[in-house]
Design a protein around this ligand. Sequence first.
Ligand SMILES: [Zn+2]
Ligand SMILES: [Zn+2]
Length: 355
Amino acid sequence: MGRKDNTVKKIGNYYEYTGCIHLHTTDSDGTKTIEEVTEIASGLGLDFLLVTDHMTLRAREDGHEGFHNGTLLLIGYEHNDLEDCNHYLLFETREVLPADMTPQEYVAEGRKQGALGIIAHPDEIRPRLGKYPSYPWLAWDVEEFDGIEIWNQMSEWMENLKPHNQIVMAFSPRRILRAPTDRVLAKWDELSMTRKVVGIGAIDAHGFPYKVGPFTITIFPYKVQFQSIRTHLLLPERLSNDLKTARRQIYSALRDCRAYVSNYRRGNASGFEYYAQRGAETVVSGGFLDGYKDVRLVVKTPHKASISLIRNGQAILRCEGTSLECRPQQNGIYRVEVKKKQRGWIYSNHIRIGI
Ligand SMILES: [Zn+2]
Ligand SMILES: [Zn+2]
């Protein structure tokens, strides 16, 4: 069964569902089983959990997909190339694709099979050598992906890890989370100029043990990770209790960019609204209006913050408060960033106006 109906938030014409994407279990290099992570997620009231172990779909084959105490568990996997670069999340492939495929091949094959494909932690720049090498996306010549991770908790943590800060980084892992990088946001805006590319939040949870001096502690226990970067989806209808239908609803919302990303550590973002209106027509993130004339863009946040409206990658309006409204004067792709004390809180997907 899905979550009780009376707890589902209705935002305009849409129902909002919140969950976490990209995590590992003992089926690959995570430290808890699929049953354990699902129980933690449902204990926290997540509506969905998208698990992505490395190069295996065992949990899906074993029949774990479905509702577990109100949390919809869906299972894809994370593909990587032979150099362990170009990590790619794939949902709904028939099976794990051959390990010797190039990124060009696995992206194309995913599309051919009707799978949802999302580029993982695309912009890592720390050195490839050493104890914690980077795993960047390099194959930008491919085009048939559906989205990219604009914010990956584990990736941001690793990128910021330095010998002098490892104690504070290890003991308060969520505190250092700042915001998606300018690099990834610029890339996302650039890609989105010509087509829909969903921007999602990812946690990349493993529950790794980490050694700091004489201590071994678990950085990012799953429970902590599930309370950081979340992806919120807007569905035109309530999430079905039928697995096949619910799966289609979640993947369609992602493909269609009806999504926003939040960092729960900065506050519960549920209820955030971003829409464009013209007469009786209203569209949310992922939506399209055929021109800017008479359009009103509206943003409402659950609490006070710094709201920026971004057009074609440039901030065009900024204000402090719980709402922002403007009448766009040009066509373009518009998205919203919300920050609290310079730290990222909410990132909408784009609304397309005239392009
Ligand atoms: Zn990865
Ligand atoms: Zn991963």
